[in-house]
Write a protein that binds this ligand. Structure first.
Ligand SMILES: Nc1nc2c(ncn2[C@@H]2O[C@H](COP(=O)(O)OP(=O)(O)OP(=O)(O)O)[C@@H](O)[C@H]2O)c(=O)[nH]1
Ligand SMILES: [Mg+2]
Length: 324
């Protein structure tokens, strides 16, 4: 009960990385088009490299929701490099852009690791506003950890929305993992408390708990999250708990205030940024990195089980800058 299985081999991870990159490119194509679509010509060397380009790029970074701070950081870095004549051609420009953008994201590239020295189960609590992708992420995470050799259980902590329990049960079936659920209207903390008992009795490595969508401004619902935490602590205060905030990338700048308020209420350990495939606002990840510094554990680029990737800053920026 107190030990976890080792993750998969590095060979498997290498194969995964190659596949990840091409899917990531496809997934990020909308944001990529918004950012570099119109200025792609310039990056390909067809236009002049001047301040008009920087103005154009600045506007695009803002429209793609990078936010004023990340945008300024990127533009300033390019500007001073151009002024110092360090950028003589477009390849160098692209390299500089790549370096600056990656350096903004590097600090939040901190993949989720399952602690080996804590009593099981490792608890992953998924929170976030309505429709952010929590339940889907619960299903995807179950698949991710099963592929790494861990045993997983799901807890249906959304007892509020009609059909939420069934939705999680479907993900349980897809992954062939048990789902602990009660009835609609049940106390979410009690469901998760039950699930903890069941997980421990069955020697489960990871318990992934879904929760109801809530607005960060709804105090009573934020209190429910605190109650869930108390229930986990009551079960065993030595348990490792990962509070994941699930954010819909299409929310744009509002994701920042969501993060700040969920973080103030329960403390967020990691972010899963979903729906990057469906939005041109994927630049929000740069704002989140600069403004919150909270690790981005995974990114979601689709509705299917395997459309979830461990966040990697280099791959992310490479995918964005691959404009051909
Ligand atoms: N394109 C795309 N769709 C996604 C992604 N993640 C989730 N979705 C879709 O977004 C919708 C909402 O996802 P859910 O997982 O139900 O979101 P939720 O946060 O559990 O929603 P509530 O329980 O109502 O608060 C579903 O139609 C999902 O298929 C993603 O990464 N990409
Ligand atoms: Mg849900």
């Amino acid at each position: 009960m107190f030990g976890f299985k080792k993750p998969e081999t590095s060979q498997q991870q290498t194969v995964d990385r190659i596949n990840i990159f091409s899917s990531l490119k496809t997934g990020l194509s909308k944001t990529q088009a918004k950012l570099f679509g119109g200025v792609g010509d310039l990056l390909l060397g067809k236009k002049k490299l001047d301040t008009t380009f920087l103005d154009d790029l600045e506007e695009r970074l803002l429209v793609a929701d990078l936010g004023i701070h990340a945008t300024t950081e990127i533009i300033d870095a390019l500007h001073s490099s151009i002024k110092r004549n360090e950028i003589s051609d477009h390849d160098l420009l692209r390299e500089t852009l790549n370096t600056v953008m990656t350096s903004i994201l590097d600090p939040v590239q901190q993949p989720l690791t399952v602690p080996a020295d804590k009593p099981g189960p490792f608890v992953i609590l998924l929170t976030g506003v309505n429709g952010a992708g929590k339940t889907t992420t619960a299903g995807k995470l179950a698949s991710h950890f099963i592929n790494q050799g861990y045993s997983v259980m799901l807890a249906a902590g959304d007892t509020f929305r009609a059909a939420a329990i069934e939705q999680l049960q479907i993900w349980g079936e897809r992954n062939n993992v048990p789902v602990v659920a009660q009835h609609m209207g049940a106390d979410a903390a009690a469901v998760i408390f039950d699930a903890l008992h069941s997980a421990r009795a069955n020697n489960i490595d990871i318990l992934i708990a879904d929760t109801a969508g809530r607005l960060h401004t709804q105090d009573n619902l934020m209190d429910e999250l605190k109650k869930i935490h108390r229930a986990i602590g009551k079960f065993d205060d030595a348990l490792a708990v990962e509070n994941i905030l699930v954010l819909d990338a299409a929310t744009g700048q509002n994701a920042l205030s969501q993060t700040k308020q969920f973080n103030d209420a329960i403390g967020i350990d990691g972010i899963v940024l979903t729906k990057l495939d469906g939005t041109a606002k994927g630049g929000i990840i740069f704002a989140l990195a600069l403004e919150t510094g909270i690790p981005v554990r995974f990114i979601g680029v689709g509705e299917q089980l395997d459309d979830l990737y461990i966040f990697n800053s280099t791959d992310f920026v490479d995918a964005l800058l691959e404009y051909q």
